[in-house]
Ligand binder design. Structure first.
Ligand code: PHE
Length: 385
């Protein structure tokens, strides 16, 4: 029994001696590792501090690189702080101060760079330090839409003849678009302007529609103002037409009205004659052809002499020597009565034309759809026009 006991005791002692020395070794190893990590961290942080202190920049991209390297989510500041978290309490106390110094330095340096990049020429050009002798880069310059160019030109020509510019709604009641303009209910004249209806009212006048011409603005102008009136109305109009090279369901019109005492057909002719010469060519002639509109009496279509072939005949004028540009006439007395103007005291003329048509003639454009495609190959051709 005794012998056995002695053996067990010895075995325990030997076991303890062997394992405790192992434990000791392991502890030393762990200690060394932590020491190593600490030194590595300190070393790296010191190196980065030096890098920050010496950092110079010449481009904005370099400032951004600085931010990414040190201050972004995966940057060195957060990376070193992750390593720092693995240190023991005592080690943390030793390295903590250095870590904070590093972080503050990175942040203050970035703030400084950011501010000076905003002030300097570098910040503004966003590239190399500026060479002020280099040509200016103006970037991509767009162009004014051909319809806007022509619209502007038309406005200028009429403004010089004393016409103001008026605007009105595109969604309109039947009254302002048709009824007040002497279109009787169910009259075939309404068929000339195939209409998009928005809603039906109790009476025809209350129907809501997309205006088919800008004459609705003429009605509104006459209803709310006393003559003399001299104004043009420019805007988008809508008709239920199949889209093709020559027709569209939306287009732009310029209409005009002049109401005063003693306004005659001669004034109408002279005004449009002057317009045609200014818009196209000083040799342009005009021709009036009898026509019908419910709101004018007498009415006339206005043709201009073809300024491309000078009357010899070409594709544009379909070999007639003349191109139609507008409808016109003396304002029908019924219209004046509808808007509260006395036709015994006042007379006036009105005209209307499509801006697309004028633009197509002026620039030789052969497809109406090009105006609405927004194709830059088409639009670029009007740079500087
Ligand atoms: N409103 C007519 C149209 O759109 C044009 C026009 C205006 C005709 C004024 C005569 C007088 O067709």
């Amino acid at each position: 029994m005794n012998k056995v006991k002695i053996n067990k005791w010895r075995t325990f002692v030997i076991y303890f001696q062997v394992n405790s020395s192992r434990l000791y070794l392991v502890s030393i190893l762990i200690y060394l590792c932590i020491q190593k990590i600490t030194y590595v961290v300190i070393d790296k942080v010191n190196q980065s501090i030096k890098e920050i202190e010496n950092f110079q920049f010449t481009t904005l991209e370099e400032v951004e690189k600085f931010r990414l390297k040190f201050l972004s989510r995966k940057g060195l500041v957060s990376q070193y702080f992750d390593e720092f978290k693995q240190l023991s309490g005592e080690e943390k106390r030793n390295v903590g101060k250095l870590m904070n110094q590093f972080k503050n330095l990175a942040e203050s340096k970035f703030a400084e760079l950011d501010e000076s990049s905003g002030d300097s020429a570098v910040g503004q050009s966003g590239s190399e330090l500026s060479d002020l002798t280099l040509p200016v880069n103006l970037g991509q310059v767009g162009s004014i839409h051909p319809l806007s160019i022509v619209r502007q030109r038309i406005t200028e020509i009429f403004a010089r003849m004393g016409f103001t510019t008026s605007e009105g709604p595109e969604i309109e009641s039947d009254w302002y678009n048709f009824s007040a303009l002497n279109f009787p209910e169910n009259h075939p004249a309404r068929e000339m302007q195939d209409t998009f209806y928005v809603s039906k009212g109790e009476k025809v006048e209350d129907d809501i529609l997309l205006r088919t011409h800008t004459s609705n603005v003429q009605t509104r102008l006459m209803e709310h103002n006393k003559p003399p009136l001299r104004s043009i109305m420019i805007g988008r109009v809508y008709r239920n037409e199949a889209i093709s090279a020559r027709a569209h369901c939306q287009f732009h019109q310029v209409e005009g009205i002049y109401i005063d005492k003693n306004v005659s057909f001669r004034d109408l002719k002279d005004t449009l004659y002057h317009f045609a010469k200014e818009m196209f060519d000083k040799d342009t002639e005009i021709r009036l052809r009898p026509s019908y509109f419910p709101f004018t009496e007498p009415s006339a279509e206005i043709d201009i002499s073809c300024f491309i072939c000078k009357g010899d005949g070409c594709n544009i004028c379909k070999h007639s020597g003349w191109v139609e540009i507008a409808g016109s006439g003396m304002v029908d007395p019924n219209v004046l009565i509808n808007v509260g103007i006395d036709p015994e005291e006042y007379t006036g003329f009105a005209f209307g034309m499509g801006i697309e048509r004028i633009t197509m003639l002026k620039y030789g454009i052969n497809d109406l759809r090009l105006f609405f495609d927004n194709d830059v190959r088409f639009l670029n051709q009007f740079v500087g026009a």
